[in-house]
Design a protein around this ligand. Structure first.
Ligand code: NAG
Ligand code: NAG
Ligand code: NAG
Length: 256
């Protein structure tokens, strides 16, 4: 069970970080000697900070976050790059907790039960990706009314998988694909969601940007939360023997 995410209730609007403009610092675990002059660092990685890309997309970052990407094979025009350290004492959301997490996520505005939204974004997760049995969310339908995620897309136990906290996956058929089917390529994520405690619905399709092939899809109905957001990025429990995480996301669109 994914732990409760009460920290999300922080007053985001009060905490917008100022962008750090200028020479980008290469995050630890990401050794590239090329000058990253096309990038602007917007979160330092030394503490969690919050900001807004637009009225329809905010971010929260405990790891370094850059506007602009310099990863091979990423085809995202409006691109943001983020890394999480392999060091379980770094890039933490809360340095005092016994359950340390590393979090860099984008999130849509909190929306009420009964409202319908369709979002699309592009995403890239670089291989290798260290996984374990502990949570590592790439997407969440996060419900403040339920104080936690309704369902998630996870990198877990060597696969990319849908985890549904409110339905029986043996009945809904929560899909999973191999890491290699998902990593080192730009993927397009299309979510249509109607929030709501009983009459909600959710449809999620992930395609390969280069081939348009559907890599994973999931549909479900029932509890889809309320006062909820779609979140995407990298968010994981910080454990020993992790690998650093390198990802990119962007080209976010509100379709409905
Ligand atoms: C939605 O969640 C936020 C953050 O927890 C809270 O401040 C707000 O009152 C909630 N709104 C509703 C309508 O419940
Ligand atoms: C890391 O980058 C530096 C230059 O910034 C280079 O000297 C060093 O050899 C690199 N190390 C590895 C392991 O690639
Ligand atoms: C994935 O891309 C990274 C960065 O270009 C590269 O170092 C790595 O070898 C690639 N992995 C695979 C399995 O292709």
């Amino acid at each position: 069970m994914t732990p409760s995410l009460s920290l999300l209730c922080l007053p985001l609007l009060a905490l917008f970080a100022q962008p750090i403009v200028g020479a980008a610092v290469v995050p630890s675990g990401f050794n590239q000697s090329i000058t990253r002059s096309s990038q602007k660092q917007i979160a330092s990685g030394s503490s969690i900070t919050y900001g807004k890309i637009s009225d329809s997309l905010s971010w929260q970052a405990s790891g370094p976050l850059y506007s602009g990407c310099n990863l091979n094979g990423v085809s995202i025009s409006d691109c943001y790059q983020f890394t999480l350290s392999s060091d379980a004492t770094k890039n933490l959301e809360d340095y005092s907790t016994t359950s340390p997490r590393q979090r860099t996520e984008f999130l849509t505005p909190s929306a009420a039960a009964g409202t319908t939204h369709r979002y699309r974004w592009s995403y890239y997760l670089q291989s290798p990706v260290g996984t374990s049995s502990h949570f590592f969310h790439l997407m969440q339908l996060f419900s403040r009314d339920d104080d936690g995620p309704i369902l998630t897309l996870d990198a877990i136990n060597g696969v990319i998988a849908i985890k549904d906290n409110y339905r029986d996956c043996s009945k809904t058929g929560c899909p999973s694909i191999s890491l290699s089917a998902f990593t080192n390529k730009t993927t397009i994520h299309d979510v249509t969601v109607t929030y709501g405690p009983t009459k909600g619905s959710f449809k999620y399709v992930i395609t390969d940007s280069a081939t348009s092939k559907v890599l994973l899809s999931y549909s479900a109905s029932g509890n889809m939360g309320g006062n909820a957001s779609i979140k995407f990025g990298t968010y994981r429990l910080a454990i020993s023997n992790m690998q650093s995480s390198i990802a990119a996301a962007g080209d976010f669109k509100v379709l409905v």
